[in-house]
Design a protein around this ligand. Structure first.
Ligand SMILES: *[C@@H]1O[C@H](CO)[C@@H](O)[C@H](O)[C@H]1NC(C)=O
Ligand SMILES: *[C@@H]1O[C@H](CO)[C@@H](O)[C@H](O)[C@H]1NC(C)=O
Ligand SMILES: *[C@@H]1O[C@H](CO)[C@@H](O)[C@H](O)[C@H]1NC(C)=O
Ligand SMILES: *[C@@H]1O[C@H](CO)[C@@H](O)[C@H](O)[C@H]1NC(C)=O
Ligand SMILES: *[C@@H]1O[C@H](CO)[C@@H](O)[C@H](O)[C@H]1NC(C)=O
Ligand SMILES: [Fe+2]
Length: 472
């Protein structure tokens, strides 16, 4: 209350009452140059015969004590085993000479796509890890052993701090590389990445050149081999090309990226949920059926009421096509899904929705548009304290370039928008507060181009907009 009063007084005193309600369209606009992919030869495989490559990890169960470890061996099926051990155990028990190393075997898959044949793609699910614990793991082949590490999240609980990176529409250009480099070297250290869809952009190349999936896997390894990326699928994962004889949607993506969907009773890897620290993360598929009675609809309908805000206060949704986007690119492509699911998000007080698809950055106010019922004519986004904040983070910097065409007269639901590439960091502090920052690529890593406090919708449903809105 005091803060709001102070803000109102400031507005009156400075005679900027109009500005106090307006969103910001940043004057910083990246020049609209077409981006090109980094040449494939700049992503060589690791040296050594049949060396395991494209190592990546993601959460492997619902609670956070499991990990899926994936890698590719290019020429031979074997070895198909990952060895792992607790980092502390190595140190403490060294003097006794035998600390315990565990082994888990992978399941192996391969696929063909038009004229491409994949290497051997390994997925090993490790379960029953200790929470909040550092592990080393190794994948080895012949004369090469590759060692990585990860730290499991704390056990889910209401006040467990946790920091996420947020990246979308990454691709493999020099801009993509800058986004990833900035994320990795950001002084605010992300512990896991929420990925808003569109990974390799292989489908932008002739015959969906699937070697681009391999180079993408090598490109992101420096982060994703050490911390889990939580995947959602975008339109560039569909790879539907009947003209090439490829009519099974999501084929390369689903072979390469596994998620723990069965742990949340989902029937498809394209939508699922996990708990991580104090968050409950729901991944949806913009490119799968979501109409009434469809599997995704039925799943989400029974999923949302299950969430125990005393255990995981924060509900975060990741999907690809944004519901609130004031850019001319992909305008309203998320609209039918919004109509279907938005009332549930408001009813269950979802905190934040991350989307990609539009290659720009935008953050909304807390708004909803759920009154319309065909006969009453009540339509339009309005302030709603039960509604999520919508963030479009499709600004990873892929081959398709920047979406620099915002609709004139920024809509009142749009708090901040900017046509630049970058990444975001979401720091969950406790059950009431989260601090969010967006980092554009043109700045040095510590620079914060947009920031906001988010107050939890269940525990502290106060209005944050007055402290978050800044003048242009
Ligand atoms: C692994 O062995 C192969 C064949 O013996 C050799 O050509 C290669 O240089 C070795 N690689 C490493 C990293 O030692
Ligand atoms: C990505 O950027 C880093 C830092 O500038 C550079 O060292 C690296 O070579 C780049 N990677 C590629 C594949 O170009
Ligand atoms: C919700 O979570 C809290 C904290 O973990 C727990 O004490 C409580 O029993 C849970 N409630 C239900 C209905 O499971
Ligand atoms: C539509 O909205 C109007 C006004 O809020 C309400 O009176 C009416 O009952 C609604 N119709 C249906 C079918 O829900
Ligand atoms: C939650 O975190 C915020 C921001 O760090 C802090 O101001 C607040 O006091 C914390 N609340 C509790 C109950 O610790
Ligand atoms: Fe997209």
């Amino acid at each position: 209350m005091a803060i709001i009063w102070f803000w109102l007084m400031t507005c009156v005193l400075l005679h900027i009452a109009v500005l106090c309600n307006a969103g910001v369209t940043s004057g910083f606009v990246r020049k609209a140059a077409w981006s090109v992919d980094i040449p494939k030869s700049h992503f060589p495989p690791p040296s050594g015969t049949n060396a395991p490559e494209q190592v990546h990890i993601t959460q492997g169960d619902h609670e956070g004590s499991g990990m899926i470890i994936s890698w590719v061996t290019p020429f031979e099926r074997y070895p198909n085993v990952v060895t792992y051990w607790e980092a502390d155990a190595e140190y403490e028990h060294n003097k006794h000479k035998h600390y315990h190393k565990h082994k888990t075997h992978s399941t192996i898959t391969t696929y063909r796509y038009y004229d491409y044949s994949s290497g051997y793609i390994h997925h090993a699910t490790i379960k029953h890890l200790k929470f909040d614990t550092k592990y080393f793991y190794e994948v080895a082949s012949h004369n090469v052993t590759r060692r990585f590490s990860f730290t499991t999240p704390p056990k889910p609980g209401p006040d467990v701090p946790y920091t996420f990176g947020v990246i979308g529409d990454l691709g493999q250009t020099a801009d993509s590389n800058q986004t990833l480099e900035h994320y990795v070297s950001n002084p605010i250290k992300g512990q896991a990445v929420l990925f808003a869809g569109d990974l390799s952009y292989a489908d932008d190349h002739p015959n969906h050149d699937n070697t681009k999936w391999d180079t993408f896997g090598r490109f992101i390894e420096k982060s994703v081999a050490y911390q889990p990326w939580i995947w959602s699928a975008g339109n560039h994962e569909i790879d539907f090309a009947p003209n090439l004889g490829e009519s099974v949607p999501f084929k390369p993506y689903l072979h390469r990226y596994r998620v723990p969907y069965k742990a949340s009773q989902s029937t498809s890897p394209l939508w699922y949920s996990i708990k991580r620290a104090s968050t409950y993360i729901i991944v949806l598929s913009s490119y799968s059926a979501y109409g009434k009675y469809t599997p995704q609809y039925k799943w989400l309908e029974q999923e949302l009421p299950k969430i125990n805000r005393s255990e995981t206060p924060w509900i975060i949704v990741i999907l690809h096509a944004p519901w609130y986007n004031s850019n001319r690119y992909h305008y309203m492509e998320g609209e039918s899904m919004r109509v279907q699911f938005e009332p549930w998000f408001v009813q269950h007080k979802v905190d934040i929705v991350f989307a990609g698809h539009v290659h720009s950055y935008e953050r909304s106010e807390r708004i909803s548009n759920v009154k319309y019922n065909i006969t009453n004519g009540l339509s339009g986004p309005v302030r709603d304290s039960s509604a999520p904040v919508y963030i479009t983070i499709g600004d990873g910097g892929n081959i398709e370039g920047i979406a620099d065409n915002f609709i004139d007269q920024q809509p009142s639901y749009s708090a901040y928008r900017e046509a630049s590439f970058g990444h975001a960091i979401l720091e969950i502090k406790n059950r009431t507060h989260a601090y969010y920052t967006w980092h554009r690529n043109q700045d040095n890593e510590p620079v914060i181009a947009d920031s906001a406090w988010f107050f939890n919708r269940f525990w502290y449903p106060e209005d944050e907009s007055s402290i978050n809105n800044k003048e242009a």
